[in-house]
Design a protein around this ligand. Structure first.
Ligand code: ADP
Ligand code: MG
Length: 259
C-alpha cells in the first residue's frame, strides 16, 4: 500500500503564516464535584494558516475536547480560544454560530452525512443553512477535487466509507474556512481510502492555505502533518516538527506515552 505523500507536496516549516486558531491556557473540566474530570489542563498552542497539525495521545487524553473547544463547539472552563484573531468567549451564541459557520469546517470519524440528501446537497448544506445559494461552479469544482463529481446525485448509502468521508471533507471546505478540524477522519477507513482522505487534507493545506488540525491514533496518518502534538492526561507533553515527523519517530514518542 502506497502511504507516502503525493508527489510535489512539500513539508512546510512550521514558522510563518498567521495563526488561524490560537488556544491559550485552555482548561476544560467535564462534570462537577466528585464526578469532575479534567479533560484539558493548561493547553496553549497556535495553529498556523497553511499548516497541517496532527494531535495524538492515548485514549481519554483530551484530543476531542481540544478540537471541540478550539472549534467553538464546547466552551472551555478557563483560558481562551482565538479564531482568526477573535476571542470566542466574548461572543454570544449567535455570533459564535456565525463565526463557526464562516471560518470552521469539521470532519467526524463517522462522516455525519444526511442520508436523505444527495452527495451534492450534502456538500451544499452549510451554504443552504446560511441562506446562501451555493455557486454551481464552485460546487462542481469541489466535487471534482474530491473525485465525486460523477457521484453527485447518489445518496450516502450508495457510497463506500472512503467516498462518504470525501463528501464530508468537501462539505467542510465549501465555505472556504480558515481551519478544518478532523477527529480521527481515517479511523473507520481502510488504509487506501484513508490515504485518499489524507491526501485531500494535505491538498487543502498546500493549495487552499487551510489550517488542518487532525486527531489520529495512526503514525502513518500523522506523518502527513507538518507538526505533531502529543497530549497526555489533558496536557500538551510533546511536539514534533520538520524532519522529526516520520512514522517511526511518531510511533516511538507515542509508545513513550503509553499510547
Ligand atoms: P480523547 O479524544 O483523547 O479520547 P476526550 O477529549 O474525548 O479524549 O476525553 C478526555 C477526558 O474527558 C476523558 O476522561 C473523558 O472520559 C472525559 N470526557 C469527555 N467528554 C466528556 C463529557 N461530555 N462528560 C464527562 N466527561 C467527559
Ligand atoms: Mg476522541
Amino acid at each position: 500500500m502506497e502511504t507516502s505523500r503525493p508527489p510535489g507536496t512539500v513539508q512546510r516549516p512550521v514558522a510563518g503564516g498567521d495563526l488561524a486558531v490560537e488556544v491559550r491556557a485552555l482548561r476544560k473540566v467535564h462534570g462537577r464535584g466528585a464526578a469532575a474530570v479534567t479533560a484539558l489542563d493548561d493547553v496553549s498552542h497556535g495553529f498556523r494558516t497553511g499548516t497541517f497539525t496532527a494531535v495524538m495521545g492515548p485514549s481519554g487524553s483530551g484530543k476531542s475536547t481540544l478540537l471541540h473547544c478550539a472549534a467553538g463547539l464546547e466552551r472551555p472552563t478557563e483560558g481562551s480560544v482565538l479564531l482568526g484573531g477573535r476571542a470566542l468567549d466574548r461572543l454570544s451564541e449567535r455570533q459564535l454560530t456565525l463565526l463557526r459557520r464562516d471560518r470552521v469546517g469539521f470532519v467526524f470519524q463517522d462522516f455525519h452525512l444526511v442520508s436523505a440528501l444527495t452527495v451534492a446537497a450534502n456538500v451544499a448544506l452549510p451554504m443552504r443553512l446560511a441562506g446562501r445559494r451555493p455557486d454551481a461552479g464552485r460546487l462542481a469544482g469541489l466535487l471534482t477535487r474530491v473525485g465525486l463529481h460523477d457521484r453527485r446525485r447518489h445518496r450516502p448509502a450508495q457510497l463506500s466509507g472512503g467516498q462518504q468521508q470525501r463528501v464530508a471533507l468537501a462539505r467542510a471546505l465549501v465555505a472556504q474556512p480558515d481551519v478544518v478540524f478532523a477527529d480521527e477522519p481515517t479511523g473507520a477507513l481502510d488504509r487506501a481510502s484513508g490515504c485518499a482522505v489524507l491526501a485531500l487534507l494535505r491538498e487543502a493545506v498546500d493549495e487552499l492555505g487551510t489550517a488542518v488540525v487532525m486527531v489520529t491514533h495512526d503514525p502513518q496518518a500523522a506523518r502527513w502533518a507538518d507538526e505533531v502534538l502529543m497530549l497526555a492526561d489533558g496536557r500538551l507533553v510533546d511536539r514534533l516538527a520538520g524532519a522529526d515527523v516520520t512514522a517511526d519517530t511518531i510511533a516511538d514518542r507515542m509508545a513513550a506515552l503509553g499510547g
